[in-house]
Design a protein around this ligand. Sequence first.
Ligand code: MLT
Length: 246
Amino acid sequence: MKVIVYPTRHYVEERDIKDKVAVVIDVLRATSTIITALYNGCKEVIPLAEIEEAVNISKNYEKDTFILGGERNSEKIEGFHLSNSPGEYYREQVEGKTVLITTTNGTRAITKASDAKEVVLASFINISIVCDYLAALGQDIAIICAGTVGKFSADDILVAGALIHGLRKKNIFLELDDMGLTAEFMYQHSKEDLHGVLSKTAHYSTLKDLGLQRDLEDCLALDTAPIVPIYSDGIVRAWYNIVDIR
Ligand code: MLT
């Protein structure tokens, strides 16, 4: 299985991912938040690049059937219902609703992946089931890290490394590029202390300084939301059982 890892969406050439399954990662926090919302029973999530787009689309929904969520500079957008903290998307808040979400990096990385054969969202909170799913598919993979404002972000690379590590444990022969080898190495040397390793990194520190310690705990927890979110035709929906997807 060939695995290529893009440190940010800016490196992705649409033609290079056409024949691959894309896995999009924005562990802090967009994919963690979207996975949490789906795990807690929201109907679907529509990831959008721009605030105006989200507001315009929301006009097509009846009151109380949708949630406008997201962030700019890691803070809630004025007039939106929710920000980008996984903890805000609890069951009573989201069940049965459509979540329209726009974030600085994560939702843009998801839409950038549209040309791939299939698009899966990953984070630490669904890492094992995504590994199982990718192993079952047995196809070449393009891991697209969202990064932070165009820059490499160590948190996303660690999730990429965890995915590679998980696939390797299944005895799958992997052909990795240099970013993939680096991600695997980083994860192997960080997995016992994710918070400690990330504590000096930029995005982790920004969230900590904003008092979002709980988000950091929620986003770096393992397998707390075991679903496979698939993005197709502009919408992310959840699969709970990989047998159903295949
Ligand atoms: C993003 O998409 O840029 C992030 O999720 C930023 C954040 O809210 O921490």
